[in-house]
Design a protein around this ligand. Structure first.
Ligand SMILES: NC(=O)C1=CN([C@@H]2O[C@H](COP(=O)(O)OP(=O)(O)OC[C@H]3O[C@@H](n4cnc5c(N)ncnc54)[C@H](O)[C@@H]3O)[C@@H](O)[C@H]2O)C=CC1
Ligand SMILES: O=C(O)C1=NCCCC1
Length: 313
């Protein structure tokens, strides 16, 4: 019988991941995914089960990286809104398995992995696609992803100004006092966005919150919410005036309302830019539509598990 899996859960595991260690692994995983060699990454599009009664979705996200010896799957439930609940709107668990025998090595709280790997992938998109002289960062939304995005963007880029908008100004004020650096709180999304060089959308909205008319030509948008075929965060004007990058073409065509309903063609996967197969058109207005991928969870889970083992030896 295999050893029982370890349980890596809660705030005690946060220190096991750092952006410095995670980002190169994610860059490599994105390039491998887009390279199309299934021995590098074998990953179907997320399979989704609608939880209609609860206005939510359960997604299953397996990935096998044969050459790296990583096998994992994430179960993630995400909800449009849960009035009165103090639980997060996105809850997930990652199982890390031994590909040789199929036993589970670790059961990992997906909160830290999902927050950090999503933000890190957005930061990779910005590193490749924003203008080198970018000064102003705007974040629309002030939840968990907003915080992880703030943290990694502040860690690696020298923005001179950070702006934040939320539907509730109180939430935006709370966000601004919870982070270390200065943040300008806006009560209008339009005012927060006008003149910004990089815009991150991390909301649970189902209708557009970001409009092309507001966006400065040449800006970079990392669009993280609206991960259902009928949800929107961005309007058609923005989608049509931008060059569109995605994490996965197949995922975008199946899951992204912004891509499907605008009818815009994907220019490249971000992994194709990393490997040099497609150009980074920094001078254009660019949108990176993120949906999240199993291979991102896989490399994060392996890193977390190895850090945990190293601490014990
Ligand atoms: N692309 C990816 O890999 C991932 C995407 N997500 C998505 O990112 C989004 C944010 O996730 P979390 O930060 O964990 O959620 P959260 O619940 O912690 O924060 C959501 C934010 O959206 C705001 N919001 C909710 N409804 C809105 C509306 N109608 N208009 C404007 N703002 C609204 C809330 O006030 C809050 O600031 C969600 O849509 C989630 O499904 C989450 C994880 C990974
Ligand atoms: O973990 C991910 O990947 C998610 N993608 C879409 C929305 C919720 C979580």
């Amino acid at each position: 019988m295999a050893e029982p899996p370890v349980l890596l859960w809660g705030s005690g595991v946060e220190h096991l991941l750092t952006y410095g260690a995670l980002m190169p692994l994610l860059e490599a995983a994105l390039a491998k995914f887009s390279g199309g060699d299934t021995a590098e990454v074998l990953q179907p599009v997320r399979s989704s089960v609608a939880l209609k009664k609860h206005v939510g979705v359960m997604g299953l996200m397996p990935a096998y990286m044969e050459n790296d010896g990583i096998l994992s799957t994430k179960v993630v439930c995400f909800y449009q809104r849960k009035p009165g609940s103090t639980l997060p709107g996105v809850q997930s668990t990652v199982l890390l398995l031994d590909p040789e025998y199929g036993n589970v090595k670790a059961v990992i709280d997906g909160e830290v992995i999902t927050s950090m790997r999503t933000a890190a992938v957005s930061a990779i998109s910005a590193k490749l696609l924003m203008r080198p002289d970018a000064e102003v960062l705007t974040i629309l939304g002030t939840g968990r992803q907003a915080l992880s995005h703030y943290n990694v963007f502040m860690e690696i880029f020298p923005f001179k100004e950070v702006r934040v908008w939320s539907r509730s100004k109180d939430n935006a004020e709370r966000f601004s006092t919870s982070v270390r650096g200065p943040v300008k709180v806006y009560s209008s999304a339009e005012e927060a966005v006008r003149g910004a060089d990089v815009i991150i959308t991390v909301t649970r909205c189902t209708e557009p919150v970001l409009f092309g008319q507001w966006v400065k030509p040449g800006a970079h948008v990392a669009a993280v919410g609206a991960c259902r075929p009928d949800y929107r965060e961005l309007d058609d004007v923005l989608m049509k005036e931008s060059v569109l990058y995605v994490d996965s073409r197949a995922g975008a065509m199946e899951e992204s309302g912004d891509v499907i309903l605008s009818g815009v063609e994907v220019f490249a996967e971000i992994g194709e830019v990393i490997s040099g197969k497609k150009p980074a058109l920094r001078e254009k207005t660019t949108v990176f539509k993120s949906l999240g991928m199993g291979c991102e969870d896989a490399v994060s889970a392996k890193l977390m598990y190895e850090q945990w083992k190293a601490e014990r030896s």
